[in-house]
Ligand binder design. Structure first.
Ligand code: SF4
Ligand code: SF4
Ligand code: SF4
Length: 347
């Protein structure tokens, strides 16, 4: 009997092939197998026969929304920055969307990065993606040569070992605490919707850090980023980071030094996290691609918690509610700015 992922893969291939064949879309964005076990890579199918290369499993960790603006632009005629937008209907693109990816697409639509009419969103309710680092820990860091996945377990094989691992035990932290696994907008749906999840302690990791003193929090933060090599994989994998020139790359003015000096590195992480405040969907793409295992998602998770508490807002749930930090009213209260300084902790 085919597994859940095999069934989803089959349905993705059938749908992508038919959308490409009918000319509904000019390209279909999904995943194909990478060159190493447990590595999936984004893949653009451009012909119906390419659809056979599409694949779905628990290692599709990179947020596909990240690739949409550039893919859509690749079908537009070239133009200079001040030229008017092209006229007439432009080719559409098909894309897979789990809960958080679809919420990032909503944010992209709200921020005018993608045109809703040019995307055919194929929704999939997410069962959570696997954290490769957790998986490696389970096998004591030994080299993995193959991974077989069924609905609830992974059989991991390497030189002289084979281990069966419970899938949920190695699912990413963000997926384990995700309350919105279903796509919030879609044109086609693969499989069934799973419904909202109730996670009483969804901010547990943030709560633990908040319980520390200011000095302990600062040490925790510095320790967490101490191995950062400033490769910017986290920024590049994030669908919110689409600035033509990022503040870290600017040299006039140079907002932040380009070294791995700890002040420069701290500044990069603090500023990037704040740029994502009220926009981050906790998709985990940034953390999944970090070669150094840095949990920078916790910085944005803290801001996600603050935005929920202060504005009663979660990004990307619908197209209508404006993003709280890109809108204002003249009578907005200002007193919240000081609410998190606890008595006795002022410096
Ligand atoms: S870190 Fe900030 S400036 Fe850089 S790409 Fe992301 S949002 Fe833009
Ligand atoms: S900051 Fe990280 S978790 Fe948030 S949307 Fe970007 S990639 Fe996803
Ligand atoms: S991906 Fe990791 S190592 Fe690279 S800049 Fe981001 S936190 Fe630093």
């Amino acid at each position: 009997m085919p597994s859940i992922n095999e069934k989803i893969t089959e349905e993705i291939r059938k749908l992508a092939s038919s959308l490409l064949d009918s000319g509904t879309v000019a390209a279909f964005l999904g995943f194909t197998k990478g060159t190493l076990p447990g590595r999936m890579q984004p893949f653009v199918a451009r012909k119906p026969e390419d659809a056979q290369k599409l694949h779905w499993n628990s290692f599709c960790v990179v947020n596909l929304a990240n690739y949409l603006p550039a893919l859509l632009k690749s079908f537009e005629p070239p133009r200079r920055p001040n030229d008017p937008p092209p006229e007439g209907p432009l080719p559409k693109v098909g894309v897979l969307a789990t809960g958080c990816w679809s919420r990032n697409m909503v944010v992209q639509i709200q921020e005018n990065q993608i045109d809703r009419d040019r995307v055919v969103i194929v929704g999939i309710s997410s069962r959570g993606m696997v954290d490769r680092k957790k998986l490696l820990e389970k096998v004591g860091g030994r080299e993995i040569t193959s991974i077989d996945e069924d609905d609830h377990s992974l059989t991991v094989t390497g030189q002289g070992f084979e281990e069966k691992i419970n899938r949920w035990d190695v699912v990413r932290d963000n997926c384990q605490t995700c309350v919105h696994p279903d796509p919030v907008i879609y044109d086609e749906l693969i499989g069934e919707l799973g419904g909202e999840r109730k996670i009483p302690d969804r901010f547990r990791q943030v709560d633990e850090i908040e319980a520390l003193s200011i000095d302990e929090r600062w040490s925790w933060f510095q320790n967490e980023i101490s191995s950062c090599i400033r490769c910017y994989a986290c920024r590049n994998a994030c669908p919110l980071c689409y600035c033509p020139t990022c503040f870290v790359d600017d040299s006039r003015p140079q907002w932040v030094g380009k070294s791995i000096d700890k002040v420069d590195t701290a500044l990069f992480h603090i500023l990037r996290a704040y740029h994502c405040a009220g926009r981050c969907t906790d998709c985990g793409s940034c953390e999944s691609v970090c070669p150094m295992g840095i949990r920078m998602r916790l910085f944005t998770k803290k801001l996600q918690k603050d935005v929920l508490e202060l504005y009663d807002f979660e990004p990307g749930l619908d197209l209508e509610t404006p993003l709280p930090l890109s809108t204002y009213r003249m009578d907005d209260p200002q007193d919240f700015i000081l609410t998190h300084i606890k008595k006795g902790e002022e410096k």
